[in-house]
Design a binder for this molecule. Structure first.
Ligand SMILES: [Cu+2]
Length: 189
């Protein structure tokens, strides 16, 4: 066997192995990826995890910025149709809590590389929040977590409280008030 053939077979074998272990992941927006995993066929990224909230990956720099209230398209791939449901969730408190923005039933019924769904972002601002894709695989009981570091801008600010509850007196009102005061001052005398 030539070294070229051996190389080709090795590449094929690696591809086969990685696709077998590639269960699924969100790829848009950009997610956190374990160091070295990009050169490893995203084996870790696409694999199940037992570590919440973000598969043990720490927060990184913001990768995507969206508009408040915007409907975004998230994309994911499924390498093994374990069925179950996916959830798109948002954390605005440093991964303490997550709010479900979108539930994706039947997100993993079939194998495919370009699934997508619209997700409506809330009308809030956040410099740094986390959009998470969570897949609860029904057939295997596996859990998949992908976290995207994002920011949301442009939310309409809540209307400011009224400048002052005290109404400013008009010039006429001031004049009248002064006259009344003078009147009573004179009475006192
Ligand atoms: Cu799997």
């Amino acid at each position: 066997m030539s070294s070229k053939t051996l190389f080709a077979l090795t590449v094929l074998a690696l591809f086969f192995l990685s696709s077998v272990s590639a269960h699924g992941h969100m790829f848009d927006p950009k997610i956190r990826i374990a160091p070295g995993d990009e050169n490893n066929g995203l084996t870790i990224t696409r694999g199940p995890t037992k570590v919440s909230p973000c598969a043990g990956l720490p927060a990184g720099p913001v990768q995507s910025t969206f508009n408040a209230g915007q409907s975004i398209n998230i994309q994911w791939e499924i390498g093994a149709a374990h069925k179950g449901q996916c959830f798109v969730e948002l954390s605005t408190d440093g991964e303490q809590t997550f709010t479900v923005l979108q539930q994706l039933p039947n997100c993993a019924d079939a194998v495919g590389t370009d699934f997508q769904a619209p997700v409506q972002l809330p009308n809030i601002n956040c410099d740094k929040c986390v959009l998470r894709w969570r897949w609860e695989a029904a057939l295997t009981g596996e859990l998949y977590l992908n976290c995207a570091d994002i920011s949301i801008t442009g939310a309409k600010k809540a209307r400011k409280t009224r400048r002052s509850s005290k109404r400013r007196l008009s010039a006429t009102q001031k004049l009248v008030a002064r006259e009344i005061k003078n009147f009573f001052d004179e009475i006192d005398m």
